[in-house]
Design a protein around this ligand. Sequence first.
Ligand code: HAM
Length: 436
Amino acid sequence: MLQSANLTSLMNIMGQSIQAIRGMSDLLPSDLGHWQYVEKQLQTVLSAYAYQEIRFPILEKTTLFSRSIGEGTDVVDKEMYSFADRHDESLSLRPEGTAGCVRACLQHGLLHNQSQKLWYNGPMFRYERPQKGRYRQFYQLGVEAFGFANPSIDVELIALSARFWKQLGISEHVKLEINTLATAEERIAYRQVLVDYFQQHFEQLDEDSQRRLTVNPLRILDSKNPAMAELIVGAPKLIDYLNENSQANFAYVTMQLDRLGIAYVINPRLMRGLDYYSHTVFEWVTDQLGAQSAICAGGRYDGLIEQLGGRPNHAVGFALGFERLMLLLETVNALPRQVEQADIYLVCLGAAATDCAIKLAEELHNTVADLRIVLNHGGGGAKAQFKRADKSGARIALLLGDDELAKQQVTIKWLREDKEQQQVDFTQLPEFLNTI
Ligand code: HAM
């Protein structure tokens, strides 16, 4: 057998190209125009609700995730990218953002006598079987609110997520499902009822669910196995075992959603795949993407801060899967046809014109705010340059040739509008560009 070092050098000699890891995608400039457009739309909504950005590492100690997401969950048991570092400490690539966000807030004292409304956006990693809408590296935009006991914040977060869809023009393609997971104590009592029920039908459970019966029986309710569908529908529901406080809490959330005109379906089987939730949980689902239908999900997780070493505190949040959102936007044609990368293209005919254009471009960057300028670097005649100008998406081309240089003017050519070309003096150009 070849030693791996030998194998590597052999492959280098052969010059084989190296491919990305399965389930991990490159995002190319042609994709990112749309991604950035969507990020901007979402950030507009987030700042309208006064949420602030936070960034934290992609890599954390493995115990952070096993303690928060929970042993017995698929994410921790099967899907983490974990490895020992050079000092044999177990580290993991973050499979989600909530745990890291709480850790960062605790470490920097952000939860001490104050509330926080935060968002983050970045890559997460799960070793899942890749398919459409499910990847091993994927992006989540997460939103977390800390320090608010009143379920009015649950309502605000759901309303904020609903506004995302409104802003992007896809409200009719998503549906809100909500449920309550009550408190840990209520779940323990309910868990026994559920175990008794499934024990009576043990032979109807698939292998995964038989394993879950001892580790995490509530997750059986999440199973998508059609052979178990009837059994699950017949199972006792947590919603029928709520104490008064949990009932009132859930009733408040649904009443406020009714008042806001946000449609929802109560799904008593919505259990979420992560252990830290209590009370409100919700998912936005779509029927446009096949099996990977959840584009955004979250809920309240009051116990987690204490579990990670903080004082008891309140927390609610959600995360949306960026790839799934982009797929949905594409599928329902909700993306702008083209996201333009430039406002003006400088066409320069000849070496003297190029010299002048370099200077002119810098002057425009100094004097006109937010102007996106493409300077023609590739030489070429007028025809080739205008073709590039058109491809750049620019609204206007500024033509510089011998005539223009002699008169210290540029010729303005409108690339997208039916307007006459015109001449503008160099000195008047900033004012002209500021007013169009
Ligand atoms: P989650 O349900 O595990 O929740 O993930 C949230 C969203 O991330 C999913 O609804 C889906 O859109 C996307 N997602 C998850 N896994 C993948 C994957 N393998 N490929 C593509 N997209 C995926 C959480 O992660 C919680 N941290 C949400 C939260 C925040 N709860 C409270 N605060």
